[in-house]
Design a protein around this ligand. Structure first.
Ligand code: FE2
Length: 445
């Protein structure tokens, strides 16, 4: 499918629907200008520079002001305020279609939320804390976030050419974005009531009190987000070096996580593990390209150098400031010990059995699985059945038998799921709407 064309088609579709909606609203529902709108615009500009970063995306929160603006001044002026605040960011430096798309998105959110608010019995111009208006208010908040999330997630699919398996992650992602809506809407409600009762002073007090509160509550979380971002930044550098290497790190992480939950314990938590596991081969950055990309089996001399990568990796991780102590220990253990064997014949320290941390025992299995099932320059990938047999053979010598058992079980479950998905896909292919859906949205990975 031509993603580029789909992408711009989608972008223009959003822009034109927003334009139509805005023009229609101007004609049917334009209310008089009030000078307090300027204060709303100023606060919105302030708020739009306040970004919320999560592990999945960065976004700005306009709802707590857009909603009170919408109810106080109507959808046209609320859209104008929102657009002004978007434009005030670094936005103006972007290409015109991008600016227009973002403005269109916020306009649609405002216009649709206004419609829902009025339909449910809310009155524009003044807000009363009756049951009916409160429900209408929260519904408007939900719809605002929902429209925003759907437009944005659909856009991301076109941009990134899919998000994993689209059907599942689409909803997940939408949910992820609208989750804070209850908080933002409540805040918007407080701002609205304060504005109605105490005018600008009330609005300002609620606004800055909320920002302050949020700062206090979020500081821990924000700190963690930055840490995670920094961790993935380091990986970007690694990824840029070598596509195979990137795939390997990601695959091993994915395979390891399939079984990690079976071994969760006090000193082994999945979250830290998932952050640390992608560093297991980081020491290979210091191995000469000639050896890493050797088209043939390595010579004994080259093997000797290759086998230093766990130690190099552990040293590298020791120096990484992005980790906290717990993360650092986990990442170092994995990098240092993932080539150890249960029977003590591994390297570099010849540890045995439970002397090897569980994290490294898991990665050892996942690492071998990925190595066996991926094509390399000097040999073809093994079929899954043979790779499973190899793991079974290694139970108790190379690998921890419990990890192998859990791993095989998880792989078989994945295979089953994949089979079911394929069957579903093939069944849907038999109908015209199924084929259309697939053409537009489906990707296997
Ligand atoms: Fe390795």
């Amino acid at each position: 499918m031509n993603w580029k064309m789909m992408r711009s088609l989608y972008r223009w579709l959003v822009i034109s629907s927003a334009s139509v909606a805005l023009i229609y609203t101007i004609v049917t529902d334009l209310r008089p200008f009030q000078w307090t709108m300027v204060i709303f615009a100023a606060l919105s500009i302030y708020l739009s520079n306040y970004r919320v970063e999560t592990s999945k995306s960065t976004f700005i929160v306009l709802l707590p002001l857009a909603l009170p603006a919408l109810i106080s001044f109507g959808p046209v002026w609320a859209s104008v305020i929102a657009i002004i605040s978007l434009l005030s960011r670094d936005e103006v430096k972007r290409p015109l279609p991008v600016i227009m798309f973002n403005d269109a998105m916020i306009t649609l959110c405002v216009v649709v939320a206004a419609k829902v608010y009025v339909l449910l019995g809310g009155e524009i111009g003044s807000f009363h804390l009756t049951g009916r208006e409160t429900i209408a208010f929260f519904a408007a908040g939900l719809v605002f976030e929902l429209v925003n999330a759907i437009i944005m997630v659909t856009w991301k699919i076109f941009r990134d050419k899919a998000y994993g398996t689209i059907g599942e992650s689409y909803l997940n992602y939408v949910w992820h974005i609208i989750r804070p809506f209850l908080f933002s809407t409540t805040l918007g409600g407080a701002a609205l009531i304060a504005y109605q009762d105490y005018y600008i002073i009330g609005l300002l007090v609620v606004f800055f009190a909320a920002l302050k509160l949020r700062e206090v509550f979020m500081s821990v979380e924000v700190d963690e987000h930055y840490r995670n971002n920094a961790i993935s930044d380091v990986l970007q550098a690694v990824y840029a070096k070598d596509a195979y290497f990137r795939r390997h790190l990601e695959n091993v992480a994915r395979y390891s996580l399939l079984v990690a939950k079976d071994f969760e314990s006090l000193d082994f938590d999945i979250k830290t593990f998932s952050q640390a596991v992608v560093y297991h081969d980081i020491g290979k950055l210091e191995i000469p390209e000639k050896i890493l990309r050797s088209p043939a089996q390595l010579t004994p001399e080259q093997w000797k150098i290759m086998k230093t990568h766990p130690t190099l990796g552990a040293n590298f991780i020791n120096g990484l400031k992005v980790f906290n102590d717990h993360q650092r220990k986990m990442a170092r253990d994995i990098a240092f010990f993932h080539h150890e064997r249960i029977d003590g014949l591994g390297y570099p320290n010849h540890l045995k059995g439970t002397q090897i941390p569980i994290s490294a025992r898991i990665v050892a299995v996942a690492d071998s699985w990925d190595a066996m099932t991926t094509n390399r320059p000097y040999r073809e990938a093994l079929p899954a059945a043979e790779a499973k047999e190899e793991l079974r053979k290694g139970k108790g010598t190379q690998f921890d038998p419990r990890v192998v058992d859990a791993f095989l079980k998880a792989i078989e479950k994945e295979e089953k799921r994949e089979r079911r998905r394929r069957e579903k896909y093939e069944a849907a292919e038999k109908t015209w709407h199924g084929r259309l859906w697939h053409k537009m949205f489906w990707r296997w990975n």
